[in-house]
Design a protein around this ligand. Structure first.
Ligand code: FPP
Length: 239
């Protein structure tokens, strides 16, 4: 079976349904996030074992600040703990971790943990794992455009010379190939401001399975569905 699978180089995931899953078990929403964080590790391992090179997960959006304060605090605590624990697990799995999103909007403590993790794992060449944190696709494009506009103001760039490649390189995902497959769990059929620029030609896979139950087997099902797709980039069919 393994040989018949077409392995996407980059998989992006909107991890949805932690709250609903917890509620269905009569538990508080935060219990769902804790279980969701465990599944992140399970799916990272499964992705690596399958030969996926890049995995990007949507952990906290620019809109998630509007949730009740105790939920935001619990999520930040969980993410902070993850960053610290990951220092050990990343080494074991040869995993290079990056955070995408506006880091300046995060606490100093979180920024320090992220910088430490990114620095410690930057030379690992196993799975490239991106965590989207305080991330919004529109905000990312706005920051990229502002950076290019500053160069135009300084006189080092002409507006008409701006290419799509330059915009791509000004995004947080610079150097990372666009996702081949985007997965969203728990029956929501939206992209919710995730990787707006990068998902232009990506195949989408939606499943009813809530994130805390999305394991290696579910990832395999998504890759099997992807394997059957006939990908098209504009008018050109993939060879
Ligand atoms: C969506 O579920 C999930 C989130 C907003 C947070 C995702 C965070 C994690 C999985 C935990 C930590 C992540 C890492 C990288 C360690 P929801 O709360 O919107 O669920 P609902 O739609 O059922 O309410």
């Amino acid at each position: 079976m393994e040989g018949q699978l077409k392995i996407p180089r980059h998989v992006a995931i909107i991890m949805d349904g932690n709250g609903r899953w917890a509620k269905s078990k009569g538990m508080p929403r935060n219990y769902g996030h804790v279980q969701g964080a465990k599944m992140v590790e399970v799916v990272c391992q499964a992705a690596y074992d399958m030969g996926i090179e890049y995995l990007t997960v949507y952990a906290f959006s620019t809109e998630n600040w509007n949730r009740p304060k105790d939920e935001v605090d619990a999520l930040m605590k969980l993410l902070g703990t993850y960053m610290s624990n990951c220092l050990k697990t990343a080494k074991k799995n040869n995993m290079c971790v990056k955070v995408i999103g506006d880091k300046t909007g995060l606490s100093e403590d979180m920024q320090r943990r992220i910088a430490q993790l990114e620095e410690a794992t930057k030379d690992y060449d196993g799975l490239h794992f991106q965590v989207a944190l305080n991330y919004g696709g529109r905000d990312e494009i706005r920051r990229a455009v502002a950076g290019l506009a500053r160069r135009v103001e300084e006189g080092t760039l002409k507006a008409d010379d701006i290419t799509e490649e330059m915009i791509g390189n000004a995004l947080d995902t610079e150097g990372i190939p666009d996702p081949d497959l985007m997965i969203r769990t728990c029956n929501e059929l939206r992209i919710s401001n995730f990787l707006l620029w990068q998902l232009a030609y990506t195949e989408f896979y939606f499943t009813e399975v809530p994130w805390p139950e999305f394991d290696g087997e579910e990832l395999r099902k998504a890759v099997e569905a992807y394997t059957k797709r006939d990908r098209r980039f504009g008018l050109v069919k993939e060879p």
